[in-house]
Design a protein around this ligand. Structure first.
Ligand SMILES: [Zn+2]
Length: 386
């Protein structure tokens, strides 16, 4: 950084130099009065120089300390009408898209992803994680790759769901990503993004036992948790991630269902507590076991439901009642639920029906503070640093 040196500093500097030259060379045999006057002149000019330096640099230092950090993590919960598409953009601009929404609808979901990318100021997506091969998550990949440059695809590996629909989805996914780098992730793997820690917690039905830096702790909510049925679908194989940015933590477990959720956090919780929870499985009541929701203790939650997709009252109530929760945001009004199982309209991105496509935008800071903006209203709610 270059600073322009004001003229008065040069003047003060010359005087100081002259004083020292006079004392050192010409005026060595001086009277005591002259020596005292020279000493006083020297002290005075040094004082002036110090004051000038303070005036010059103090405002710069004050600004450096007071300025908010430009480094932030952006998270967009993109409205794909009851599917998932969540865009994360780290402080360096490196990006991770979790799922790509549905196919069809004239490329609607790819357009909405592009709109979020435009808002974030990025032109490509570095990493795309496909949580599982259901059509509301993987179905949008062919449209995505026809519009957006992607660095790599990450997924849990082979489809293991024995259904014609999911076999079809998986085949379409493989065709779409041909020629791209593909990496199969396992619990404990990391996704390298500058400035963030992204740890894979679950994948292909397996889960992590401990996250580096987090001591697993006994989970008191396991004792009262009920048994959950076995789930042979792709949901149970969802790749789930914990994203850490300084003190801020975000959890996205895709559509992981109850039995696997409980296995992840019982008897010990390896996740600790988080700040923002992407409500698992769009708020389906096959997911969101109380033992995991209460243990992770989110401060805010975003439910990526559709107008008539998920957003089930039982799951809504568990998330709503979890200790420490301040706000439960929704991408849509759950129109099949009553008003008592929907959040106030200010917290809903799309209150009436399908089609509006408003996203929820999160800005997180490394001190743990974050905000959520409803892009329909432009209103923002802030959650303080920790
Ligand atoms: Zn889903």
């Amino acid at each position: 950084m270059l600073y322009r040196v004001p003229a008065f500093i040069v003047f003060v500097g010359k005087v100081t130099l002259l004083e020292f030259m006079k004392i050192a060379a010409h005026d060595r045999p001086q009277t005591s009065l002259a020596r005292r006057l020279d000493r006083q002149a020297c002290i005075f000019t040094a004082f002036l120089a110090a004051c000038a330096l303070c005036c010059l640099f103090a405002p710069q230092l004050a600004r450096a300390q007071a300025a908010p950090s430009a480094a932030h993590l952006l998270i967009y919960s993109i409205d794909v009408e009851g599917g998932q598409s969540t865009l994360l953009v780290g402080p360096s601009g490196e990006s991770l898209l979790v799922d790509a929404g549905w196919p069809g609808n004239n490329g609607r979901d790819a357009e909405r992803i592009l709109a979020a990318m435009h808002d974030a100021g990025i032109k490509r997506i570095d990493h795309v994680l496909i949580t599982h091969y259901h059509i509301d998550h993987a179905g949008g990949v062919p449209e995505l790759v026809s519009h957006v440059e992607v660095g790599e695809f990450l997924d849990h590996g082979e489809n293991r769901e024995d259904s014609a629909d999911t076999r079809h989805n998986y085949a379409a996914y493989l065709r779409a990503i041909a020629g791209h780098r593909r990496r199969i992730v396992h619990p404990g793997d990391t996704i390298a993004i500058d400035g963030l820690s992204v740890v894979v917690l679950t994948a292909d039905g397996e889960h992590i036992a401990a996250v580096p830096g987090i001591a697993p702790a006994p989970n008191p909510w396991c004792a009262t948790e009920h048994a959950w049925p076995d789930d042979p679908t792709e949901n149970a194989r969802s790749a789930g991630i914990l994203v850490t940015f300084g003190k801020f933590k975000f959890l996205d477990l895709g559509d992981l269902t109850g039995q696997k959720e409980v296995a992840l956090v019982c008897p010990n919780n390896p996740i600790g507590t988080i700040d923002l929870y992407l409500v698992t499985h769009h708020g389906m009541d096959w997911s969101n076991a109380r033992a995991i929701v209460n243990a992770i203790h989110p401060r805010a939650a975003i439910m990526n439901n559709g107008a008539h997709k998920a957003g089930k009252p039982a799951a809504w109530q568990i998330v709503h009642d979890s200790p420490g929760l301040i706000d439960l945001w929704q991408l849509h009004t759950a129109e099949d639920a009553d008003a008592a199982h929907n959040s106030p309209e200010a917290l809903i991105a799309n209150p009436k029906g399908d089609g509006d496509g408003h996203a929820l935008k999160v800005v997180a800071l490394p001190d743990g503070g974050f905000s959520v903006t409803n892009t329909r209203t432009g209103q923002t709610r802030n959650y303080p640093r920790k």
